[in-house]
Design a protein around this ligand. Structure first.
Ligand code: FCB
Length: 471
């Protein structure tokens, strides 16, 4: 199987080479992607595209503060303007629709829609209402993430995710959003990637708010998951017809050798990357191995918290990008051992589609209550340039094809995967890497805000058109 997936990138299989559909992207005839009910869309996040950080009553977020701090973001970039999507949303939605994309995953900026006293900010809310109504008019399925990392700064000033109260404030925010937006949202995700919020935000400081302490990371994670668990029944009550879920980024860890110590290291890598989040959500408990890796970091958990966190889900969003090869650090942990001679992206991340398939099939074995899955992010960064009006993003085309083949393999192995969102609709503010790393299937010229559809997006559009035309 492993070889099958990578072979797809090198040469078209004989099954498709004679077909008029053959191109470097179109999936083979037997791929599950041809099913019309397999949702294919694109994703973005508020802070990464909106800009307009001071407009219409938006309050500062932790990413405004963090990106304004010298040395935190490459080249000193900030999300102040980003893709100016707050002003260009209509044209952006037209672009999404013209590509034939069937789903759009966006996030709401919490500091745009609520003031510090918890009162609604009408102007901010209206922005999302207009956007969601337009998606509905265009027949595009909307996946709305409530929290894609832009915590209101006033909540961080009171301890952020280290403060249990933030979980209750999040439930209030979920309540307001689902009352206001009920009927316009097809699927709600509470959090995007709690691993990044907790570990990168509070464990190693690479992301806002920039704190670095393992103990903080586990406590922040607990409050994030609690926030999620408190919000789920609120969303169900206010907007019963929609799907409710959460988005987790998962990581594949492989061992550098067959030694027991390296095997254990790879296991611990996946415990902290995956089980740390999925076990509480799906089993109602933290994996004890986590505290072998980070001794003495058990979070403060109150009675009933784990039941709250394990609220049943309608879907699980999975974000996947790369694998990490590790060896034992000689103590109770792991260290990265980057492999030589492997294909990497502009981020330095290894291209490893098999990891996605193996994780999905592994989760199916581990969790007997695994909900239906949507791949809510997958994609890659490359240093794309517009030449004569075109962007030929060859590596991305091959990357997407191979990862979609891996998803198809997981489906054929019995995993219920219902859709896939490209990360990202357009180049945007890539957090600590600013604007240098281009993940979009649409190129953005940040000096003019001109959008140029890349070759990858053209091929996805071509495939969707063919699929739609099929009887
Ligand atoms: C994920 C984030 C997303 C984007 C991609 C590249 O971790 O959810 O916002 O930055 O990585």
């Amino acid at each position: 199987m492993a070889n099958d997936a990578s072979a797809v990138s090198d040469a078209p299989s004989s099954a498709v080479s004679n077909s008029p559909l053959a191109d470097p992207f179109t999936p083979p005839a037997d791929s599950s992607l041809w099913r019309k009910n397999f949702l294919l869309g694109a994703a973005t996040a508020s802070y990464q595209i909106e800009g307009a950080v001071d407009e219409d009553g938006r309050l500062p977020s932790i990413w405004d503060t963090f990106s304004a701090t010298p040395g935190k973001v490459l080249a000193g970039d900030t999300g102040a303007v980003a893709c100016d999507h707050y002003h260009r949303w209509e044209a952006d939605i037209d672009m999404l629709a013209s590509l034939g994309l069937e789903g759009y995953r966006l996030s709401i900026a919490w500091p745009r829609v609520m003031d510090a006293a918890g009162r609604p900010n009408r102007k901010g809310l209206d922005f999302y209402k207009r956007l969601l109504n337009r998606l509905k008019e265009k027949g595009i399925t909307s996946f709305v993430t409530l929290y894609h990392w832009d915590l209101p700064q006033h909540l961080e000033d009171r301890g952020g995710w280290l403060n249990r109260d933030t979980a209750y404030r999040f439930a209030d925010y979920a309540d307001l959003m689902s009352r206001e937006l009920a009927g316009t949202v097809d699927a709600w995700a509470t959090l995007n990637e709690p691993w990044c919020s907790a570990y990168l935000g509070y464990g190693n400081g690479h992301h806002a708010p920039g704190l670095a302490n393992d103990r903080f990371a586990t406590q922040a994670m607990h409050h994030l998951l609690l926030a999620h668990g408190l919000a789920i029944p609120v969303l169900r009550g206010n907007d019963p017809a929609s799907q409710k879920g959460i988005v987790a980024n998962i990581g594949r860890g492989t061992a550098n050798s067959d030694s027991a110590a390296d095997q254990r290291a790879a296991h611990l890598f996946e415990v902290q990357h995956n089980a740390w989040i999925l076990d509480p959500l799906l089993k109602g408990e933290y994996p004890q191995d986590l505290f072998e890796l980070w001794p003495g970091t058990e979070p403060l958990v109150l009675d009933g918290d784990m039941q709250t966190i394990a609220a049943p889900l309608d879907f699980l969003g999975i974000n996947y990008y790369f694998r990490t090869n590790v060896a034992s650090d000689g103590a109770h942990g792991f260290r990265d051992v980057p492999l030589e001679g492997v294909e990497r992206t502009q981020m330095g991340w290894e291209v490893f589609p098999d990891g996605l398939r193996d994780l999905l099939t592994g989760f199916k074995k581990t969790y007997n209550n695994l909900p239906p899955i949507y791949i809510t992010e997958n994609g890659m960064a490359s240093d794309d340039k517009v030449i004569d009006g075109h962007v030929d993003d060859t590596q991305r085309i091959s990357f997407l094809k191979r990862h979609l083949a891996a998803v198809d393999q997981a489906i054929k192995a019995g995993v219920d995967v219902r859709g896939y969102f490209l990360w990202s609709l357009m180049d945007n503010f890539e957090w600590a890497f600013g604007y240098e790393r281009r993940f979009g299937v649409v190129h953005v010229d940040y000096s003019t805000q001109k959008r140029t559809v890349k070759r990858s997006a053209e091929l996805v559009a071509k495939f969707l058109k063919e699929r739609k035309a099929r009887v």
